[in-house]
Ligand binder design. Structure first.
Ligand SMILES: Cc1cc2nc3c(=O)[nH]c(=O)nc-3n(C[C@H](O)[C@H](O)[C@H](O)COP(=O)(O)OP(=O)(O)OC[C@H]3O[C@@H](n4cnc5c(N)ncnc54)[C@H](O)[C@@H]3O)c2cc1C
Length: 395
């Protein structure tokens, strides 16, 4: 890339940080970096919020991670969602809601109308309260991520719509000082680990380079692809899940209650979730399959059978959802790390990871992004202790 092109792409005089991946985690990192006055470029190959971050349920729970390593991250994420919605006039439809669990058995003929949720009127439902407006909430995740990207851009962040295909390393001693080999640039590869590289930018599919002293991998379930660039990148992959969006009649009485379902059919259990949304639609997700992660979000194909299963389950749980034709059928991948915990922090000099949030990436994206921004600017995350998520534990 010519100097002029490099300058244009990075929004002026170069950037402090390149974030690879425009999902919730990458965008929140860019948002908080830009609010700290840092110049940041988000490189996204398919589209902002094109993957799980645009197709998730958007359910938020304050205390469901209590007692585990992600407790502080989840609680901080819950609080940040409330304050972000207020600060930005809530274009992503944040709201508090009730949450219940119901059990449904297809063989039973009994009909039990749930007490607080009359629209759950299918057979043999038993209700358990899981959350109240004090403890559970929701956002429309695609709107949330795109709005925060715009907010970051209004503070000078740039969006580069390209695929990252490699890392650039100045071979050095790995502690951020001038490298033994000076600034000779190579593309990092699997053998570079042995040389303790200092990462100084990314290579794009166009063959061009984007330089920055710090690079954050926020590639969700595609993070493992970067192992082809640097062997020590954590092996974060994906688990597929489906979702559909239904649009019941306006007078159906479906209220702001999230419903977690234990659904048993011929001895097989499914655990779908139903999220009524403020725009009147009803989002239903669950039902995974083993299809391997394709190279890009644009190549993900939903299974017609799994989407039909979601439609059928929703219709059995609620007569108001019965027989509706989904206006959207889709699939996406949860980012899964080898030990089930997110990887957040520094991997080697100049290279950072923020990925692997499994089923809580929307909830934890603001707290992760804020912690990453602190870590990148001052060397320590002050708002949340992220040491348990050190990506080096996964090498
Ligand atoms: C069905 C379903 C429902 C869910 N519901 C909830 C929920 O209710 N609440 C909750 O908190 N979480 C939920 N989750 C989990 C949540 O969606 C994820 O944890 C979160 O979206 C992950 O965000 P991310 O930014 O890490 O990854 P992603 O959203 O996957 O984003 C990664 C991005 O990186 C880009 N990328 C990858 N490789 C490259 C490259 N080489 N160059 C440039 N760009 C690249 C991709 O195109 C993609 O846009 C759900 C997940 C699923 C599947």
């Amino acid at each position: 890339m010519s100097d002029e092109e490099q300058t244009r792409r990075s929004g002026g005089g170069g950037v402090d940080v390149v974030v690879v991946g425009g999902g919730a985690v990458g965008v929140c990192t860019a948002y908080y970096l830009s609010s700290l006055g840092r110049r940041v470029a988000v490189v996204e190959k398919t589209g902002v919020a094109c993957a799980a971050s645009g197709k998730a349920g958007g359910f938020l729970a304050r205390d469901w991670c209590d007692g585990g390593p992600t407790e502080a991250l989840a609680r901080a994420g819950f609080d940040l969602h409330a304050s972000l919605a207020e600060e930005h006039d809530n274009p992503w439809e944040y709201r508090r809601l009730n949450t219940i669990a119901v059990k449904h058995f297809t063989r039973s003929k009994d009909k039990v109308r749930t007490k607080s949720t009359p629209w759950i009127d299918g057979s043999s439902s038993k209700e358990q309260v899981l959350g109240t407006p004090e403890t559970t909430a929701q956002v429309t995740p695609g709107k949330f991520v795109r709005a925060l990207m715009q907010a970051a851009q209004s503070r000078g962040a740039v969006l580069v719509e390209e695929e990252v295909t490699g890392l650039i390393t100045a071979e050095g001693d790995g502690d951020g000082r001038e490298g033994k080999g000076g600034e000779a640039t190579t593309t990092a590869d699997a053998t570079a680990d042995a040389r303790n590289p200092r990462i100084t930018g990314v290579r794009l599919a166009s063959g061009q380079e984007l330089r920055a002293p710090k690079v954050v991998l926020a590639m969700g379930p595609w993070t493992h692809v970067a192992r082809e660039w640097l062997r020590s990148v954590p092996d974060i992959t994906g688990d597929k899940a489906h979702s559909i969006v239904l649009r019941p009649p306006q007078d159906s009485g479906i209220d702001a209650t999230a419903v977690f379902i234990g659904y048993s059919d011929k001895g097989k259990m499914e655990h779908p979730e139903i999220y009524p949304r403020p725009d009147g639609s009803v989002y239903v997700c669950g039902c995974g399959d083993n299809t391997p992660l394709p190279p890009s979000a644009g190549d993900i194909t939903p299974s017609a059978g799994r989407c039909e299963a979601l439609r059928e389950i929703a219709g059995r749980l609620s007569s108001h959802l019965h027989g509706l034709v989904p206006e959207t059928t889709q699939a996406c991948y949860l980012p899964i790390s080898p030990d089930g915990l997110p990887a957040i922090g520094e991997l080697c000099s100049g290279l950072y990871v923020a990925a692997g949030h499994s089923c809580w990436g929307i909830l934890m994206s603001p707290s992760t992004g804020r912690a990453m921004a602190e870590f990148l600017t001052s060397g320590a995350a002050t708002s949340v202790d992220i040491r348990a998520f050190d990506p080096k534990r996964l090498i």
